[in-house]
Design a protein around this ligand. Structure first.
Ligand code: WTA
Length: 651
């Protein structure tokens, strides 16, 4: 990897007026490692506890004595911290701004007082429907205020929410509902994205016909587009009908710090998606503290994270972090290019957004349209930009900085994962000189290290695999229903450490550059897709004998999906079949699993023991046939020649 040399120093106004400056960062970082108990006990005071924790950190990554517990004797309620706590001082402050898909639909501003009422009413309705502490609730909603309200209502009564991204299809919903054993689903008639309708209720209906989903007793349906949908009584209930008559107060449940808050499914290298489990106390402490520090939060900020609440970024940095901090958080239903390529910046101007947090894939797509759509807007309100979800290439970084931010706004390139709960490596805008494409420094309490493939620690400058050597408060505690898989996946590869699955380089200044996944996870437009999931969707088609899936560099998406398909003997490859297979995978997993290239493979490169050699397939997909390396261990080296010959070559 070529390391760019340009450095963007901390702007003077940030250095002079910031939450954490350079000296403070160094001192606090040191303190956080020297005395984690003292440090995190202090940070925890930012929340309101029903019972103040006296035990702070009780963690070990040692397999013989494995445990991750934070604030274990503390009690609190997340929704109480995000709502009730602000009523006295910020009751009339806007908690959520809702910007609908179409700019012609009026935006909504919801104060902390109103949000509190709406959450309490839904929480009471859920209790009346028999949902209580520990029950799982699936949320499958568009980006509308009810998504945040539903999460907070679950948190209020101690139910464990499990949000499914609206871009997943019936099968993916069913897998998640059944694995989590959800009793209730909150959905909407339809979603809207870029003027197109997303048939959410239809997808839920189809999912609930699939095996394993009969734990679901109730489906609450938000009337959003007003489309006529099939209501199956008594299972299906209109959200407004059950919520309207409910009282506006609801006692928050007392939760132990280690009680589950949510499950969120994410893709791994093998098998089905994993239900990443997050708990209450450590999670909220960490997301609120990182949100305040990394985004240098001010009381009058208008903060906008463009992620979907279906991903962890939406959980931690649209809903929980900002609301715990009493911030104003913007929820956007739409897409960057509707009705035109200026939409993001029009929304920034309309709501006077100060802090804007998005993904590199969006920046690259907008950059392709040139400066015109950006320059057509003012953006004077912006003071800080953020990036998340995948490595940001230096060209996109510079465009974001120079064109969008007019050179005025620092960019926080925040590295973290669903399993992390919150940001682990990021610049602090008042403390860190920026380098395009560099996530720079660990946050307080985070101990990154780089290991080679044999597990030897690499000190100083160098590259390898990124591990974290000690626990932080918002770390995932388990994989729902399969604790052993949690340990096997993250803590066995390099014993004594949490393995991230990412490659990383440390430069001469000690700054961290994340280079992308080193496992069989593809990061498509910032969304994690497991090669195993796409492969299993492909082989579920009756004409497919075998499939292998790899990622390849893609200009817009970061990585694209490249698949090799071997047909059942007697089946004939054709363009129609290619289209059918691509459609099949989208129907099985959802529109986010869109195959970019499908190559017919008479055979796949395998070792003599039958293992597919993906390294070779990756190089072919990257159009680098001269870098295949050693192919002598293949059972039949000749299959490689034909794959190379037939490979997709970009124009
Ligand atoms: C990648 C999203 C480089 C990384 C919060 C990680 C990044 C995966 C960055 C997690 C970044 C996320 N720079 N790579 N700033 N942020 N990634 O679980 O490969 O959806 O392992 O969490 O995204 O994706 P996830």
């Amino acid at each position: 990897m070529n390391i760019p040399r340009d450095i963007y120093p901390v702007p003077a106004d940030f250095a002079a007026n910031t939450r954490v400056n350079r000296e403070q960062y160094q001192a606090l970082y040191k303190q956080s490692l020297d005395d984690p108990d003292g440090f995190w006990a202090g940070v925890a005071e930012r929340l309101e506890w029903m019972k103040t924790p006296t035990k702070i950190k009780n963690t070990s990554f040692d397999l013989a004595d494995f445990r991750i517990r934070w604030y274990e004797d503390g009690e609190l309620n997340v929704s109480g911290n995000c709502l009730d706590r602000h009523l006295e001082t910020r009751g009339d402050k806007t908690a959520l701004i809702f910007e609908p898909d179409s700019p012609d639909t009026p935006a909504e501003r919801i104060s902390y007082r109103e949000l509190h009422q709406r959450v309490c009413k839904l929480a009471n309705a859920l209790r009346a429907l028999g949902i209580g502490k520990g029950d799982r609730v699936t949320i499958y909603l568009p980006m509308i205020p009810e998504a945040a309200i539903a999460m907070l209502a679950c948190a209020r009564i101690g139910a464990v929410h499990m949000v499914v991204f609206g871009g997943f299809a019936a099968n993916s919903i069913a897998d998640r509902v059944s694995d989590s054993g959800s009793k209730l689903i909150i959905t909407a008639d339809e979603g809207l994205r870029g003027g197109r309708k997303v048939k959410l209720k239809v997808n839920v209906d189809a999912a609930l016909k699939l095996p394993g989903t009969n734990t679901v007793e109730t489906v609450l349906v938000v009337r959003h587009t007003g489309a006529a949908v099939d209501m199956q009584m008594p299972r299906d209930r209109w959200y407004d009908a059950v919520v309207d008559g409910q009282p506006e107060a609801c006692e928050p449940e007392r939760m132990n710090a280690e009680d589950p808050l949510f499950i969120l499914y994410t893709s791994g290298s093998t098998g089905k998606p994993k239900g990443v489990l997050h708990t209450t106390g450590g999670y909220l402490v960490y997301v609120s503290y990182t949100h305040e520090t990394i985004f240098d939060l001010r009381e009058d900020d208008v903060y906008w994270c463009t992620a979907d609440v279906g991903w962890v970024t939406g959980h931690s940095y649209i809903v929980y972090g900002p609301l715990a901090n009493g911030a104003t958080s913007l929820i956007f239903e739409g897409v960057p290019n509707y009705p035109d390529m200026s939409r993001f910046w029009q929304v920034v101007d309309k709501h006077q957004v100060t802090t804007f947090y998005t993904a590199p894939t969006a920046i690259r797509a907008l950059m392709r349209e040139g400066e015109g759509p950006v320059k057509a807007t003012s953006r004077k309100s912006l003071r800080l930009l953020g990036s998340v979800g995948e490595p940001i290439n230096p060209e996109a970084w510079r465009w974001y900085h120079d064109v969008v931010g007019e050179g005025r706004c620092p960019i926080v390139d925040t590295w973290w994962q669903t399993e992390n709960g919150g940001i682990l490596i990021s610049p602090l805008p008042g403390a860190t000189d920026l380098k395009p494409g560099c996530a720079t420094n660990p946050f307080f309490g985070v101990k990154p290290a780089i290991v080679d493939t044999n597990g030897n620690f690499i000190e100083g400058e160098g590259s390898g695999n990124l591990v974290i050597t000690d626990s932080w408060p918002s770390q995932s505690r388990s994989i729902y229903g399969d604790h052993q898989r949690f340990i096997d996946t993250y803590f066995k590869t390099y014993p004594g450490t949490y393995f991230t699955g990412d490659g990383c380089r440390r430069d001469a200044d000690g700054d961290y550059w994340i280079t992308g996944r080193v496992d069989d996870v593809i990061n498509v437009s910032g969304h994690r897709i497991g090669t195993a999931e796409v492969e299993s969707a492909l082989v579920s088609h009756d004409k497919v004998a075998e499939a292998a899936v790899v990622g390849f560099p893609h200009d817009l998406k970061g990585q694209g999906i490249y698949v090799y398909v071997t047909l059942i003997a007697g089946e004939v490859a054709s363009d129609e079949l290619r289209v059918e297979l691509i459609r099949h995978v989208r129907a099985e997993i959802g529109p986010i699993a869109s195959i970019d290239h499908l190559q017919w493979a008479p055979g796949l490169p395998k070792t003599r023991s039958g293992k597919i050699m993906r390294r070779i397939l990756r190089k072919i997909a990257e159009n680098a046939p001269d870098q295949l390396g050693d192919t002598s261990t293949l059972a039949d080296p000749s299959v490689v020649d034909s794959l190379v010959k037939e490979r997709y070559i970009p124009e």
